[in-house]
Design a binder for this molecule. Structure first.
Ligand code: C2E
Ligand code: MG
Ligand code: MG
Ligand code: MG
Length: 289
């Protein structure tokens, strides 16, 4: 009896694994045509100035507008795309699309694009960025590239060289999810970053955990010494925003300020974010009517 139970348990897991593999293959196959069918969309989450809450730019976040599954979040397909060269196609599409969108925004707003490590390694990424800038006409100073520490583990020399190429164009390089990877400090000294984005997990913990607040203070001090800009992500409460601004984070991002917005929702958000006095100066006719 015990034996047959074991066998059925084994079969249960085998079936389970089969269906996971099948699901993954299906997503991969569908994803292959998704770009051509126009199913990928970018949403844009505001990054705000820590001093006054005013938007300084947006982070482009990809979603898959699937005909039956609905709006699929990146967590459900980016890792699958990263297992093949699909991520190169998605990355190329994303950076071109983000630069094009940003070229129609007011000039002071930046756009940040996430690049996956595999895309970075598998392509002439400097050329990809340069082409996206040229095609869109976006000023390089308005583009930021976000990469995670995972990128730095293999072939650091090659990565330094490629980051250098992108930076030479005038583009900003940010280290995303800072604090979640390995050897953060030594990497920070070695690699050409302009900015770190403190991971959401520290921001969440800061609410109840004094040690998390000490760590955040230490990160802020270190970033200042290294002349790096700091963004904190995942800010959900006024209390977190106040603390992060007090320890001199430059920029904040999170649901407390705004969720990722569709391209169509950007104008209304931007209009609403303009302070009353500035609004009067810039749009006197709007007040007259
Ligand atoms: P990320 O780059 O760290 O982006 C921030 C994520 O945190 C976004 O999730 C955003 O919606 C979410 N977030 C922002 N503020 C808050 C908050 O206050 N609370 C909470 N709970 N979450 C918040 P999203 O859009 O699901 O993206 C997840 C990850 O997928 C991104 O993390 C990034 O690593 C990856 N990703 C997104 N778009 C792309 C892309 O175009 N290319 C690549 N390679 N990766 C992407
Ligand atoms: Mg990011
Ligand atoms: Mg992040
Ligand atoms: Mg994150």
């Amino acid at each position: 009896r015990a034996k047959s139970d074991g066998r059925s348990t084994y079969r249960f897991f085998e079936n389970q694994m089969d269906s996971e593999v099948r699901e993954k293959r299906m997503i991969e196959a569908e994803l292959r045509g998704a770009i051509a069918r126009g199913e990928l969309v970018l949403h844009y989450q505001p990054l705000v100035n820590a001093d006054d809450g005013q938007p300084t730019g947006f982070e482009a976040l990809v979603r898959w507008n699937h005909p039956t599954r609905g709006l699929v979040p990146p967590a459900d397909f980016i890792a699958i795309a990263e297992q093949s060269d699909l991520i190169v196609d998605i990355g190329d599409w994303t950076i071109n699309q983000a630069c094009l969108a940003a070229s129609s925004w007011p000039d002071h707003l930046t756009v940040a694009v996430n690049l996956s490590a595999r895309h970075f390694r598998r392509s002439d990424i400097g050329g990809v960025v340069e082409t996206a800038l040229r095609r869109s006409g976006l000023a390089p100073e308005r583009l930021e590239i976000e990469i995670t520490e995972g990128l730095l583990i293999e072939n650091p020399e090659e990565v330094i060289e490629k980051l250098g190429e992108i930076r030479a164009l005038g583009v900003t390089i940010a280290m995303d999810d800072f604090g979640t990877g390995y050897s953060s400090l030594s990497y920070l000294l070695k690699f050409p970053f302009d900015k770190i984005k403190i991971d959401r997990s520290f921001v969440v913990a800061s609410t109840n955990d004094p040690i998390a607040r000490d760590i955040l203070r230490a990160i802020a001090t270190m970033a200042k010494t290294l002349k790096l800009r700091i963004t904190a992500e995942g800010v959900e409460t006024a209390e977190q925003a106040a603390f992060l601004s007090e320890i001199a984070c430059h920029q904040l991002q999170g649901f407390y300020f705004a969720r990722p917005l569709s391209q169509a929702d950007l104008p209304a958000y931007l209009l609403a974010s303009i302070p009353a006095e500035a609004h009067e100066e810039r749009f006197p006719q709007a007040l007259a009517s």
